[in-house]
Design a protein around this ligand. Structure first.
Ligand code: 3HC
Length: 322
């Protein structure tokens, strides 16, 4: 990060806005104690809290398979991965709280459907091959989307991303390794992997958000350097990265329009089903209701722990003042 002394702001201009703009232009970090425009704060609360919700709900599709993992090794790997996702959610709720929001309120917004989480976590995980494909494609897409966020202008978000991205690369590798093993197995295992790839490919492309032309937030988020790349650019990067991996694995990606375009230096690919995308993000995906119901039940079941911790903390706070 460069250090800069803000240009002397024009006479009468809002000094704080000028200082903020100078920092963004100089690619400097904005910290929680810094002044920031309300819109910048609102955008960060929206993106960071929805990111946190995604990590927490994202524990469910793979969590369903922990008890049925085919070996102790696979169970241990999957336990570690799902536990990591919980940690990612907690780092991100902590980053959101530096913006003045309360994590209990954010959880209420999630449970009551007033905030989103990633569309990808509203699909069923039907076999253990899904665990590998989620690691390979979903965590692979997350890496494409999240590595640039390590350079996001808001300090706590960018720093949370550094640690999260290191763990995501373990997630992607363990998924790909599982699939490599299955592809060396029986015809039935190979068919399970191909079936999972067919089901998760297009929803993985939707993770990057709507096309740039239909993205109301991208332009401003890019201007504030919250986002560093557009949805379409990251989607293209993910496709270019994944096609050779699919070939190495021996699976077919379910897109007849997928072809290398020498002129562009990228793969051409088909259009995701944006009608399906809109249905899923508005709550009518295959597993939305079930996943939110489970999050609500876990939250209600854990109320006694939160009450006990609060009572303990206030008792000790009183004793400290005596
Ligand atoms: N799922 C759900 N909602 C989505 C979405 C998706 N895949 N893509 C876009 N949306 C929503 C946006 O939230 C926005 O709605 P809102 O204004 O009510 O929040 C609307 O669709 C328009 O989309 P935009 O492109 O204008 O919105 P953004 O500029 O916020 O871009 C984003 C969307 C690319 C997801 C961006 O928010 C982002 O990069 N977020 C951080 C990364 C993230 O949240 N990843 C989620 C996956 S977490 C994960 O992968 C866990 C890993 O361990 C597997």
């Amino acid at each position: 990060m460069s250090t800069v002394t803000a240009q002397a702001p024009p006479e009468g201009a809002d000094v704080r806005q000028a200082e903020f703009d100078a920092k963004i232009t100089a690619d400097q970090r904005i910290e929680p104690r810094d002044w920031m425009p309300d819109g910048y704060r609102r955008t960060l609360v929206r993106q960071v809290s929805q990111h946190a919700h995604s990590e927490i709900i994202g524990m469910q599709p793979e969590g369903d398979w922990i008890a049925s993992a085919p070996s102790l090794r696979r169970k241990a790997i999957l336990l570690a991965k799902v536990q990591d996702e919980a940690g990612h959610g907690l780092y991100l709720y902590a980053a959101a709280e530096t913006l003045g929001v309360d994590r209990a309120d954010l959880t209420d917004r999630l449970i009551e459907g007033r905030q989103k989480y990633s569309s990808i976590f509203n699909y069923p995980s039907l076999s253990f091959a899904d665990v590998g494909v989620i690691g390979w494609l979903v965590d692979g897409a997350a890496i494409c989307n999240q590595v640039p966020l390590c350079r996001s202008s808001f300090g706590p978000y960018a720093r949370a991303m550094v640690r999260i991205c290191k763990e995501e690369s373990f997630h992607q590798r363990q998924g790909y390794e599982l699939l490599m093993r299955m592809m060396e197995g029986t015809d039935a295992q190979r068919a399970m992997v191909q079936d999972a790839v067919d089901r998760w490919w297009w929803p993985s492309l939707m993770m990057f958000g709507p096309p740039d032309a239909d993205s109301p937030n991208t332009q401003q988020s890019m201007a504030w350097r919250i986002k560093r790349d557009t949805n379409d650019d990251l989607r293209q990067k993910f496709v270019d990265m994944t096609v050779p991996q699919a070939e190495r694995l021996g699976v077919t990606l379910p897109d007849p329009e997928l072809v290398w375009n020498d002129q562009r230096g990228h793969y051409d690919f088909g259009e995701p089903d944006w009608v399906e995308f809109k249905q899923v993000i508005s709550g009518s995906g295959p597993k939305n209701a079930e996943r939110i119901a489970r999050r609500r039940a876990a939250h209600e079941k854990g109320a006694w722990v939160r009450e006990a911790a609060t009572a303990y903390a206030s008792k000790h706070a009183q004793e400290a003042t005596v």
